[in-house]
Design a protein around this ligand. Sequence first.
Ligand code: ZN
Length: 255
Amino acid sequence: MFTEQPLIYVTKDDADRIAHWDILQAFSRLSPTQQLYYWQLSDPLSSSLESSVEDIVIAKFDGNSFGLDSGGAIFVRPSRINHSCLPNVEWQWNEASGTFKLVVIRDIELGEELTISYVRAAAWRQTGKVRETQLSFPCDCPACQHETPYARASDRRRALMGRLFDDIMHREESNIALTGAQLWQNFYDAMKVKELLEEEGLLGWELAMSYYIMAGSMSRYGEDESAEYYSDMEQDYYRLFEDKFDHGLAELVDH
Ligand SMILES: [Zn+2]
């Protein structure tokens, strides 16, 4: 796990957009060494020799920045990490301290590449075809090898997780105290989501949220021992994903 301050951090304007002018301003404030780092970032549009410096600066920002609630940011090391829909690292951003944190979510073998998901929040429950529309490049991770048994199973798992999660949220949002049967249903659905996440190899923040739902359902039902067990599991993750927890369950809904 490591933390890093942004090389460039540009906040959104009143229209909720990142203005090109602000990106260029931020770039011009960098020291020569920092500009060199920036220059070494990949250029997704492969700007031609005729491209202006301004165009290249913006293309590099668009292709390498992390979309944050308040704007976008470039980080020297994290911006070089490639995408996978089955990432082994998860990222989070702390708005208050302006710190970016990477958390390793599963064992990484020697020589294995670090990967993060460029698709925010809802990718865990989206099929390959949907994720494709959110990425500006073709993903070659195993979950995106359409027509392979693995990718088909992955699509089935993600679609089912999305349905189960929506069912849970639907019951929670009914504004009426849940019946015992509904609490148990939430518990079982969250347990099923947890199992599907493990099968899929998504062992990060979403897994923590399923523990959170399991603990909450059991606590309200009065099964204190189970509630405590799942709450402990959730707490282990809370330490890692504190910044994401602050966003709550809404972060996992497919908007
Ligand atoms: Zn993929």
